[in-house]
Design a protein around this ligand. Structure first.
Ligand code: GGG
Length: 359
């Protein structure tokens, strides 16, 4: 769909929990500096105080009407959710999943790249870093929220977690993945399933992949079981370009991929509604990391790269390119937080990126 770039953007800022507060503050500082330098667009961030503190005061993670509030923005920038004293399924379903599903943010895009100047375990296999594009189905599957508990407290207490896959849900993410692969130089896609043991939903994934592939004759594609894929990502990383898979599989694979590329601290993600009927939501892959919250050492790059992806989605491509170039130069210069083996603080990295932008 052709989209005309706007000159002014309104962004919902939802830092939420833990280091989310620190890294979203960092990303906003950097984007404001970028807008000031380029003068091709203006941008305003409106803070939405949703998260665990809000939950403790109100008994819910987001207020009534939150989705309509979000719909009034061009996009959202999200930090992280989760706190040590709230069960993770309460916080995740209360905030992130309460937004992704209803806003139909069905495509979760997670690019994974090794930056120059950073260490990646994969560089011991080959000096080239990796450049992967992981597409996670973001609305159904194992995250459908279907299931329940019975025989509570008894020895045969039973819990079911039903993965729901629909033809329409698979087809739309498959089409998105083939289009993404087609837009990249390698034009290669790996469809990841577990269709040997999961004989219903995963087999439907295989069938739909074959059907959709016929519309993309220039994309070279293959299928892989998720367990074999983990081996391939480590043993033959350069045989991979774009990957598509289910909500749960790609949640796990993308964390591993980020660690292989250097650190989860640099991994961005975009929760997209490809139809553009709803605003999309951009967030670092990492969680709230209470072990380092408040220490000033959280890596802001995942959040800043997520903001760059947001600018690209909003068609501010020049700004996105400039920001990515600054991130790469700052990594190359050795201003790295501890997760990347350095001793820089969050503020050091932000200052270095802003200085680079102003050059
Ligand atoms: N910024 C990402 C975040 O807060 N993630 C929390 C989490 O547990 N996410 C699980 C998921 O995305 O499925």
């Amino acid at each position: 769909m052709a989209v005309t770039p706007k000159s002014h953007y309104r962004i919902a800022s939802i830092p939420a929990d833990g280091i989310g507060q620190e890294v979203i503050g960092a990303a906003i500082e950097v984007v404001n500096a970028l807008a000031k330098t380029l003068q091709t667009f203006t941008i305003e961030f409106e803070h939405l105080p949703w998260g665990t503190s809000y939950y403790k005061g109100h008994g819910r993670y987001i207020p009534e009407g939150a989705l309509d509030t979000l719909r009034s923005f061009d996009a959202g920038l999200f930090g992280s959710v989760g706190a040590p004293d709230v069960p993770d399924h309460i916080s995740l379903w209360g905030l992130l999943l309460a937004i992704r599903g209803p806003l139909q943010l069905y495509a979760n895009v997670r690019p994974v790249r090794t930056f120059p100047g950073t260490h990646s375990p994969l560089k011991t296999i080959d000096e080239r870093g990796v450049d992967w594009m992981i597409i996670r189905e973001n609305s159904e599957g194992e995250y459908a929220g279907q299931g329940g508990r019975s025989h509570l407290g008894q020895a045969w207490e039973t819990a079911t977690e039903v993965a729901i896959f629909t033809r329409i849900g698979i087809e739309r993410i498959m089409r998105f993945a083939f289009e993404t692969a087609q837009s990249r130089p390698a034009k290669r896609l790996t469809v990841v399933t577990k269709s040997n043991s999961m004989r219903n939903g995963m087999v439907l994934w295989d069938e739909v992949a074959l059907e959709v592939s016929k519309d993309f004759p220039d994309v070279q594609w293959d299928k892989m079981l998720v367990d074999a894929m983990t081996v391939r990502m480590i043993a033959k990383p350069y045989s991979i370009d774009t990957i598509v898979g289910t909500n749960l599989h790609m949640d796990i694979i993308s964390d591993m991929a980020a660690a292989l590329a250097g650190s989860i601290g640099i991994a961005p993600s975009s929760n997209l509604d490809p139809t553009r009927k709803n605003p999309s939501l951009f967030e670092p892959v990492h969680g709230s990391a209470f072990d380092i919250t408040g220490k000033g050492v959280a890596n802001p790059i995942a959040a800043i790269w997520s903001a760059a992806e947001m600018l690209r989605w909003l068609r501010a491509s020049e700004a996105a390119d400039k920001l990515m170039a600054s991130i790469e130069r700052v990594c190359q210069s050795g201003t790295l937080t501890p997760d990347l083996g350095g001793n820089a603080t969050t503020t050091d990295v932000v200052d270095a990126i802003i200085n680079d932008i102003y050059q």
